[in-house]
Design a protein. Sequence first.
Length: 406
Amino acid sequence: MRLRVTAVIGRALEAARGVLRDLEADQVPASLRRVVAHAGDLTPPLADRLAREIDRLDWLRRDAAKNWPEADPKATGPDRGSALFLLRPEGWAIDLIGVAGDAAAAAAVTEGKRSGRVDEARDRELEVARDKAKAAVKEVADLQRKIAGLERAERAPERERAATAARDSEALRTAAQRHAHEAEEMRRRLTAAEASLVAARDEVRQAKRERAEAERRLDAIRHAGSWADRDPVDLAVHLDAVAAQARLRPSIAGTGGALAPPRLPAGVRPDSAAAVEAVLRMPGPIAVLVDGYNAGLALGAAGSPGEVRGRLEDVLRRVRTLGGAGMTVSVVWDSAHDLGSRRVLDSIDVRFAPPGVPADDVLVELAGAAPRVVVVTNDRDVRERAGAVGALTLWSTALVHWAKRR
């Protein structure tokens, strides 16, 4: 017959189980988790395992003793072996062996009395132990599943935060690249605008100098009397100056002395007011063709069609007044009335496209029929088609900027 450890130190085992039950799940040593999970009386293997761990782990032995403050190794009775095992006074091991011997003798006395019931009791005990073991295994599995679920739930917000941070970081990088591109584009436009402004200022200064020189010469002529009364030497000097000014006029290109096609000076943008000023200073005959509603709406979208036409025609009359003697100004409108009509209004040639024909086609046709033409429109397609037939193309935006300066 094998003496059970619970018969000798059963109270010590219970005190240790109480300590283990008060621990958090992750604080329980792995070797004792099945002991903690076991419900009811410990089976002999689990009791043996717990006894070994109590003997090995000083902290568990101390806490078990604290959990049983009445322990007294000098007292007699069934709990003396537990007190010796936990408190371990001098000579405790020999005393514990004696207690174990007494327990074995007592067990032997009672063994004969119980021999008839041992097998049956053992069978019931084994069955109960199996049921408890199955329940413990199931409980452990349930606990493990719950722990895994909690761990996943704890990690889910972190994964979501990481994904959100990645998306925010990518959005910030994209926005930074877009802003850098926009800033570079603005710097490029600013540089071009500054160049156009410098060119416009140079042109204004040159125009003022030329005007002052012309006024000075006109005044000199007015006060010099008739040509016949002038001194021959003064007259020769004046004629030399006139010839020098003539050499400064724009060059004549091609055969037969024909004027060169209109071109903007270097550095002048076709969407700037300086472009209109350059056209006004171009010599010789030149025809200015304007895309009516395109330019009119660029000046201001508010108002009826008649008000849009009125605003634009006022600006074009100023262009015609400031242009050279050979300049003609025509405006072509898409129209729902006065279809195909044409009239001259204060030296402005006003046309309406015929039924079924857009004003764009009329503009391109007129541009191809004249030798020196300037077409004004924001419509890229019209500018490309007019440029293909030799016209100089300006944006309606240039006319808007020029009108604001005037």
